[in-house]
Ligand binder design. Structure first.
Ligand SMILES: Nc1nc2c(c(=O)[nH]1)N[C@H]1C(S)=C(S)[C@@H](COP(=O)(O)OP(=O)(O)OC[C@H]3O[C@@H](n4cnc5c(N)ncnc54)[C@H](O)[C@@H]3O)O[C@H]1N2
Ligand code: MOO
Ligand SMILES: [Mg+2]
Length: 420
């Protein structure tokens, strides 16, 4: 007789799993190879930015007091005593009515407090020497970018756990990080269970299907910042499956199996958990799809028994595995981003359990909408390719009409949130 399982509310199940979360270690990577990884330490400014007073324009630097009486009728004249480009340091200290020809990004010479752009200066020569004249007053500090005006030294700019994007990269380079301290990727092992499974390069045979879950889950692991280790597929045979799973447990940070978690005669995972002396946190969640999702611990390792049905497997990963991987990577907002969206079509099915419908979230006229990505069945695989989020339809409802407001979870969004 099949033992009845007690469904746990999804939020309770997620929070229960998160109690077993752990953070990972860290490693150094070259600045060229750290894209998409997360910082293992904050970026703290090592020096002021900019590190010296500089010119924002190509023009002439001089002292503004010399322009006090400048006008269209009485232009002021400066002798140009030096010429510097960015990267060169001015050697001359300017005195009255002297100017330096200066390029964008070059250091302001001593004795100057402003820069006039080429466009407002008239250039000429007298006795073989370069001169300029100017018909307007300049303000003190006009067109000077001051040392530290962007940011001072010793300030935390980017928090630990932040994803290294091109902007973060610019800061790493600005402050001289040739190698970057990043969080380790969690190593996630995968077994796909099922005698019916063929490998991806095998021809179809009667009663068999190709193993899509393993490749889908590997890709989900990568998207969540982890490193997948695929250990192959297991036929539904107890001893060999038990042994393979036991052998690999201490080689990974997390272990995922797909299939074999329900109540079928060849669903071996419940018996395998028992023989492993695993503590089963739950084996039924009040949600669709993925109600059979099982999470267990063996020592300090978490085992995720995801459903064999592709859509259920996909949802189970995003709700239960992803936040743990994010936490491992020091992400302070490990849960999927949740916002409101309007249903772009009717969804007439009643919901005994909370439903996570694979959806396409889109924006039209500034409003967020969501529509079905395809057939809403646990055993389908075809709706997953266009899925970019889940509609969250609460249990105990009789369906939803077009235009209703529902919660959506965003899958491609890096900016998560700190609660489920
Ligand atoms: N009497 C009951 N039967 C079922 C229940 C139940 O409560 N009582 N739950 C149903 C629900 S809900 C789901 S979901 C499935 C879960 O099944 P399992 O997790 O045990 O998975 P399997 O039986 O191994 O396979 C189910 C289905 O998925 C296909 N599959 C498996 N692995 C893969 C793979 N790697 N790639 C692609 N497809 C895969 C498999 O061939 C089956 O068709 O149980 C219901 N039954
Ligand atoms: O676990 Mo099942 O996915 O509810 O169809
Ligand atoms: Mg089964």
């Amino acid at each position: 007789m099949v033992v009845m399982r007690k469904p746990v509310p999804v939020e309770e199940a997620v929070n229960n799993v998160m109690e077993y979360s752990k953070t990972g270690g860290s490693e150094f990577l070259s600045i060229e190879r750290c894209d998409g990884r997360r910082l293992a330490e904050p970026i703290i400014t090592k020096h002021p930015v900019p590190p010296f007073d500089k010119s924002p324009y190509d023009g002439f630097a001089f002292h503004s007091r010399d322009t006090k009486y400048a006008s269209t009728t009485e232009p002021v004249e400066f002798e140009v005593v030096e010429h510097i480009g960015a990267g060169n340091v001015p050697k001359k200290k300017l005195t009255m009515n002297q100017a330096t020809r200066i390029m964008t990004g070059a250091q302001i010479p001593d004795g100057a407090d402003c820069v006039a752009m080429f466009e407002i200066c008239k250039q000429f020569e007298r006795d073989g020497k370069p001169y300029i004249s100017l018909k307007r007053k300049m303000q003190q500090e006009e067109n000077v970018v001051h040392k530290g005006s962007e940011i001072d030294q010793g300030i935390e700019l980017v928090a630990k756990g932040t994803v290294i994007n091109p902007g973060v990269k610019a800061l790493l380079a600005t402050f001289g990080h040739k190698s970057v301290h990043v969080t380790n990727k969690p190593v996630v092992g995968i077994f796909a269970t099922g005698t019916e499974l063929l490998e991806v390069d095998e021809e179809l045979e009667p009663g068999k299907i190709r193993n899509s879950n393993a490749y889908m889950v590997m890709s989900q692991i990568k998207r969540a910042g982890g490193e997948p280790h695929y250990f192959g597929k297991l036929v539904d045979e107890f001893e060999s499956s038990y042994k393979s799973i036991k052998d690999k447990l201490d080689k990974v940070d997390f272990l995922i199996t797909t299939g074999g978690v329900s109540v079928g005669d060849f669903d071996l995972m419940p018996a395998i958990y028992e023989k492993l002396h695993a503590k089963v946190l739950f084996n039924k969640v009040a949600m669709r799809p993925g109600s059979v999702t099982t999470v267990a611990t063996v020592g300090d390792k978490l085992l995720f028994g995801l459903s064999g049905n592709p859509s259920a497997c996909y949802v189970g990963f995003e709700l239960f595995v992803r936040p743990l991987l994010q936490r491992f990577l020091f992400n302070e907002t490990p849960f999927l981003k949740r916002t409101k969206a309007r249903l772009a079509e009717d969804f007439p099915k009643p919901n005994p359990f909370t439903r996570f419908v694979r959806g396409i979230i889109f924006i039209e006229n500034g409003q967020v909408f969501v529509r079905l990505a395809g057939i809403d069945k646990s055993n389908v695989v075809t709706s997953l390719a266009s899925t970019n989020g889940f509609m969250v339809l609460p249990g105990g409802t009789r369906g939803f009409t077009k235009g209703s407001q529902v919660d959506v979870l965003w899958l491609d969004e890096n900016q998560g949130q700190d609660t489920f």
